[in-house]
Ligand binder design. Structure first.
Ligand SMILES: CC(C)(COP(=O)(O)OP(=O)(O)OC[C@H]1O[C@@H](n2cnc3c(N)ncnc32)[C@H](O)[C@@H]1OP(=O)(O)O)[C@@H](O)C(=O)NCCC(=O)NCCS
Length: 182
């Protein structure tokens, strides 16, 4: 008889109001991802107060959508879809994906893939034609994820980031949504 646990339930949704429990889970997940090597801009986890102020700020910013991914109801990761400011008419057809992360305990279940797909679906629905993103070249799982989802690397910046006093290269990606079916 097999004793393997049933697969966890995944849920991904845009979140516009953060309840205290969600804020707490999101803070925990981000902190764990940062301690694990991040990819989230922060090299060291900020204080809990700063972290919570960051997430409260994210949901207030116009033209920015926050998606969270839950594993059995607990937030384990997120991604943000950011549109250019209204004055930038020349780039009104674009949006960027940023701050994509999944906490170590929630990885390997397809949560990041679902998060990126949900943000991409909103981009398509709102008329975005080109989706951009950038990532440290050393974040190999992320590079694999984005390439498997059809993002095209158009450039590499040798001094993209600085970690422990060393330059780290970055990869710049785009996805032409008008050319690729959902
Ligand atoms: C990258 C990251 C978001 C992936 O999260 P995840 O939920 O485990 O990813 P998924 O389970 O959805 O996997 C989707 C795809 O990503 C790639 N991938 C994920 N983990 C991988 C790993 N350890 N090694 C190689 N590829 C990996 C694979 O292509 C995978 O597809 P497959 O399962 O069909 O092989 C997570 O590892 C993370 O948060 N890393 C640190 C932060 C970061 O790099 N963020 C991106 C920069 S903004």
């Amino acid at each position: 008889m097999s004793s393997s646990a049933p697969p966890p339930t995944l849920m991904v949704a845009r979140i516009e109001k953060l309840r205290p429990a969600d804020l707490h889970d999101l803070g925990d997940a981000a902190e764990q991802a940062i301690r694990d090597g991040g990819g989230f801009g922060w090299l060291e986890a900020p204080t809990r107060d700063l972290m919570e102020r960051y997430w409260r700020g994210v949901v207030l910013i116009p033209d920015r959508s926050l998606y969270v991914g839950r594993l059995d109801g607990v937030i384990g990761g997120s991604v943000q879809l950011v549109r250019p400011p209204r004055n930038n008419e020349a780039q009104a057809h674009t949006a960027a994906l940023t701050t994509c992360f999944v906490a170590p305990w929630a990885r390997g279940h397809g949560l990041a893939r679902r998060l990126v797909q949900a943000a991409e679906a909103e981009a398509r629905k709102t008329g975005v034609l080109v989706l951009n993103l950038d990532v440290r070249a050393t974040q190999e799982p992320a590079v694999r994820l984005f390439e498997s989802l059809g993002f095209v690397c158009w450039g590499r910046h040798p001094y993209y980031a600085r970690v422990l006093g060393e330059a780290v290269a970055g990869c710049y990606y785009y996805k032409d949504l008008s050319e690729s079916p959902p």
